[in-house]
Design a protein around this ligand. Structure first.
Ligand code: FBP
Length: 447
């Protein structure tokens, strides 16, 4: 009775004090001794249909005021709400562990000698880029974490020439007495860029990890029988080269002033921040939605001379405040896709690495950069296009295929797209080039 009176008295005080009172001695001691209070920043509940599958969003009616809603707890609830997708819990657990490790490796790299080029230089990946020490190390960290989840069939990475097929590890048989047949879980495909923006890492500029998860599903592409690949390799390649609209999860981890983990499971976008004090990602940005329009454009203006007229005219118009909003936009460009997209998701506006006369397909890779980020942007209410077409609909023609990228606030991307539509109506070559990307082609390994 006394405790009830105290509680009512505390509540009568109203506001934070009430909670403070609650937190001190009276209200804190629940049956398990941890503080409990009504959740204030819980993500929206409900469900959504993803690739023909209904995904139920996890619900949080309580939150520990000391821990908050962690990514670990979010995925536990997600698995409870979606038993057929329960394996995503251990996959995301593996990815978050790898990202925490990478966050520490990047932050301490100047003190641990992890800056600079792999092997002092000369170590070149399949795209001809000189690898940083951290490119190779972060690739190993993420590859191992995914492999040890025991849920992956195939991995494709910016730092791997070709997709890597994962066989059952020895433990698999060790755990299964020969005579009992146990239903084998699903297997998944992970595509990732272990350290996006790595050209910036030695200068302490934000970098990130980008990932995308496909379920094994059915193959959407054919492989050139002429390729010198074994049947298993052909199988593995074909199962990896999937369009973005087949993704079941994607996200990034940003290594910057704070470490942010932002992801989607096809039903909205959730943002977590690493609480360095307990090593947990805590929900700080529930249900991220892009504003319909922003005031920031983000692209490498150093390429301006090579841009298509469409892009040049669009950027000129918004710089001068002669665009649809009549507002003069400002420029922000980090040169790390994860950093530039993270800011765009939170502040709105447009990020682009378009095709140009120098690189008709731009610079960013479809499978493990453009498609996973497009899934996020679309789930946050934005748009992601090549100029004329939706990036998520492109069937990759190679693991390292590049595509033009224009993404961000829906009204900004739609405005930019109008310039491309107008120019392609005058330039059949350009139209042909853009439409050709939408036609699935025979697959090539290193392309
Ligand atoms: P990687 O560092 O993973 O190769 O990524 C490419 C990237 O660094 C993107 O993060 C970024 O958006 C773009 O290249 C920057 O290119 P540029 O220096 O030509 O503007």
């Amino acid at each position: 009775m006394a405790r009830l009176v105290a509680l009512l008295a505390a509540l009568a005080l109203g506001g934070a004090e009430a909670l403070a009172v609650g937190r001190t001695s009276r209200v804190v001691h629940g049956s398990r001794g941890a503080a409990r209070m009504a959740v204030t920043r819980a993500p929206k509940a409900g469900s959504a249909v993803v690739n023909g599958r209904t995904v139920v969003l996890p619900k949080f009616s309580e939150e520990c005021s000391y821990t908050g809603i962690t990514l670990t707890r979010y995925m536990i609830e997600f698995a409870r709400a979606n038993p057929e997708l329960a394996e995503l819990e251990s996959i995301l657990a593996s990815i978050q562990t790898a990202c925490k490790t990478i966050s520490t490796l990047v932050r301490r790299s100047s003190m641990t000698g992890l800056v600079g080029l792999q092997g002092g230089g000369g170590s070149v990946n399949v795209q001809g880029e000189e690898q940083k020490k951290l490119d190779v190390i972060t690739n190993d960290v993420l590859k191992n974490a995914l492999k040890f989840s025991g849920k992956m069939a195939t991995l494709a990475s910016e730092e791997e020439d070709a997709p890597v097929a994962l066989d059952e590890d020895d433990n698999y048989d060790a755990y299964r007495p020969k005579d009992i047949v146990i239903e084998e879980g699903n297997k998944y495909i992970a595509v990732f860029d272990p350290l996006d923006g790595s050209s910036n890492v030695d200068a302490g500029i934000p970098t990130g990890t980008i990932f995308g998860i496909f379920d094994e599903g059915d193959q959407t592409c054919v492989v050139d029988e002429g390729l010198p690949l074994t049947a298993a390799e052909q199988e593995c390649l074909a199962s990896t080269l999937r369009p973005g609209n087949a993704l079941i999860a994607s996200g990034y981890c940003l290594y910057s002033s704070a470490t942010h983990f932002v992801f989607t499971l096809g039903a909205g976008v959730q943002g977590f921040t690493l609480d360095e004090s307990n090593g947990e990602f805590v929900l700080t940005h529930p249900d991220i939605m892009l504003p319909p329009r922003g005031k920031i454009y983000s692209l490498n203006e150093g390429n301006r001379w090579a841009w298509d007229n469409a892009l040049r005219d669009y950027v000129t118009a918004i710089q001068k405040g002669e665009g649809e909003s009549g507002v003069a936009y400002t420029s922000r460009y980090i040169g790390s896709m994860v950093g530039d997209v993270h800011r765009t998701l939170l502040y709105g506006g447009i990020f682009a690495y378009a095709g140009d006369k120098k690189n008709v397909n731009g610079k960013l890779r479809l499978l493990y950069e453009a498609a996973p980020m497009s899934f996020l942007v679309e789930q946050a209410g934005g748009k992601a296009v090549t100029g004329l077409h939706r990036i998520m609909d492109i069937v990759p023609s190679g693991v390292h295929q590049r595509v033009p990228v224009i993404m961000g606030s829906p009204d900004d991307v739609a405005e930019c797209q109008k310039y491309y539509t107008a120019e392609s109506a005058k330039d059949p070559e350009m139209k042909k080039r853009c439409d050709a990307r939408m036609v699935p082609k025979l697959q090539k390994v290193g392309a």
